[in-house]
Write a protein that binds this ligand. Structure first.
Ligand code: G6P
Ligand code: MG
Length: 220
């Protein structure tokens, strides 16, 4: 039976995916690398280091470690300036209602984000205290699409993987959930997230259909 729901953050609970995109696009532009929405889709859920590597590969560029780290630092400073204005109003519609419904059923809530800024964003959204366990992106070995972060959160919650549901907006994230042998719910585009067990266009629709979604988990 379902004992825990493990959420991604960026693009699932709030629209920070947009801010990551703006910050990466500015780096890509300075490197002379074309960076479009398709590239951005591939970078969703991918950690900071691998995201920059993707952009460099696309431009057939190699840079030394110092320059690499400087770009990571610049991207993050830009991102931090973009998220400075986040308030609880930026929480997607349906998130608080969904969390309340899950808690009422005794289902635990976890966070599996690849972002080192996750706790800061949760704080700004005012929801940090609602989580039973928050995964630490910095301490897992392999980033998404590897299952590590989802498995570490399940362990932190004390729940077996087969009793967990994962919620993701990124293809790499859905792959991570399925590799962790969990039930996967996608938020976003049907074609991009076609590996998911269920897909909802928005978080609000997941919340409105939560009972059906939980029933489908039990019969899977
Ligand atoms: C999430 C986002 C990615 C971002 C990654 C690392 O997975 O979807 O776009 O690159 O976190 O975030 P960070 O805040 O550590 O740079
Ligand atoms: Mg995401």
């Amino acid at each position: 039976a379902l004992q825990a729901v493990i959420f991604d953050l960026d693009g699932v609970l709030t629209d920070t995916a947009e801010f990551h995109f703006i910050a990466w696009q500015s780096i890509a532009q300075d490197l002379g690398v074309d960076f479009n929405l398709d590239d951005n889709e591939k970078l969703k859920g991918v950690d900071r280091h691998n995201s920059l590597q993707h952009i460099l590969n696309k431009g057939n560029l190699t840079i030394d470690e110092q320059a690499f780290n400087q770009l990571l630092d610049r991207k993050n400073k830009h991102y931090l300036s973009l998220i400075a204005a986040i308030t609880p109003q930026h929480l997607f519609e349906g998130v608080l209602a969904c969390f309340t419904a899950l808690k009422a059923r005794g289902i635990k809530i976890g966070l599996a984000s690849a972002s080192k800024n996750a706790t800061l964003v949760l704080n700004k959204l005012g929801i940090e205290s609602l989580f039973d366990f928050i995964g630490d992106a910095a301490s897992v070995k392999n980033s998404k699409p590897a299952p590590d972060i989802f498995l570490s959160v399940a362990a932190g919650l004390g729940v077996d993987a087969h009793n967990c549901m994962g919620i993701e907006d990124a293809a790499a994230g859905i792959t991570a959930i399925k590799s962790a042998k969990m039930y996967a719910v996608g938020i976003g585009d049907k074609n991009t997230l076609n590996q998911a067990d269920q897909i909802f266009t928005t978080f609000d629709l997941l919340n409105l259909h939560l009972s059906d979604c939980l029933t489908a988990f039990e019969s899977s």
